[in-house]
Design a protein around this ligand. Structure first.
Ligand code: URA
Length: 308
């Protein structure tokens, strides 16, 4: 079989994504650039009505519902544990330490406190990566092959956050490089973005064994790091890929069907970052019909960055 050149393979992949999103017929003689149209509509709306602050009603594409949630609503992590062997950071003056119990397990509360202390002290992204490399408070690190810290540009205006790395990501040390990552690339391409124009990370930076869901404790231990990562990247728009990352970072309880496409706010240092959840690409691979809705979400994301 004849191989298509790389450029046309990209175009074929993009057409596949359009097709799966329900764009299956050309209704006119002239092609319609929906991304350009969304931008023009957004600009027109912006001229008519002054933009409300990020995360408040009326923003986003079309009539997307609105909800405001703040990271401040999140349950505060509990105080350092008194479990045997736990040395929480701050108690000992030793940053980021959490020693093992007699049973070889790391006590969760001590690990959470150590993670918080370590993350807060990271001055920049490289420092944060180094903190994670040296952190021994999460058991997932013991089974993972590599730390999966981030991909893309730290200067990006859009930051996408998934749940946890899978097998391919663990092997390469980069988020979203497997099948779901390839679909994500096509979705980004559909709104004229690529990996160099976004920043991608996960709530949990180590692969859980067998791709199981991270436990609430593991997620809680990793949460200070991703929170600091968001703070350091300081994007204009946050995109949660799947419900898990949105629940962890926004404290929302809704399922993804209810939550997706609604603009929310992620509060950090007195600033609100516009945030939206959309279907996880892995889910879209299993339920291709839902790509129609994720296409809407991506158009909404596109118009949000134009507005800001
Ligand atoms: N799924 C995720 O949530 N993150 C990855 O990096 C890959 C798959």
């Amino acid at each position: 079989m004849q191989q298509s050149p790389p450029q046309s393979r990209h175009l074929e992949a993009l057409l596949d994504f359009y097709l799966a999103s329900g764009v299956d017929a050309a209704l006119g003689d002239d092609p319609v650039d929906w991304v350009r149209l969304t931008r023009i509509h957004a600009e027109q709306r912006q001229q008519k009505t002054p933009m409300p602050p990020a995360g408040q009603a009326g923003s986003g594409a079309g009539n997307l519902d609105q909800a405001t949630s703040t990271a401040a609503n999140l349950p505060a992590a509990a105080a350092p544990s008194t479990l045997a062997g736990a040395t929480a950071a701050g108690q000992t003056g030793q940053r980021g330490s959490a020693s093992l119990t007699d049973h070889g397990a790391i006590p969760d509360q001590a690990a959470i406190a150590a993670a918080r202390d370590l993350a807060a002290g990271a001055a920049n992204l490289e420092d944060l990566r180094a903190c994670l490399d040296s952190f021994e408070g999460c058991n997932l690190k013991r089974t993972a092959k590599k730390l999966v810290f981030a991909d893309g540009s730290p200067d990006a205006r859009i930051m996408l956050i998934g749940e946890a790395p899978g097998r391919d990501e663990d092997l390469q040390g980069k988020p979203f490089v497997g099948r779901s990552g390839q679909l994500l690339d096509r979705m980004l391409q559909a709104i004229h973005l690529d990996r160099s124009s976004v920043y991608i990370a996960n709530t949990v930076p180590w692969r859980p064994p067998g791709n199981r869901t991270p436990t609430p404790q593991e997620t809680e231990i990793c949460r200070p790091f991703i929170q600091r990562q968001i703070e350091l990247v300081n994007p204009d728009v946050l995109v949660f890929l799947g419900a898990a990352s949105a629940k962890t970072l926004l404290g929302v309880q809704d399922g993804i069907r209810k939550m997706r496409g609604r603009w929310m706010a992620y509060s950090i240092n007195g600033r609100e970052i516009a945030a939206v959840a959309t279907y996880h690409p892995a889910y879209l691979l299993r339920s291709p019909l839902e790509k129609r809705l994720s296409w809407r979400d991506f158009l909404s994301i596109h118009s949000k960055i134009v507005q800001q």
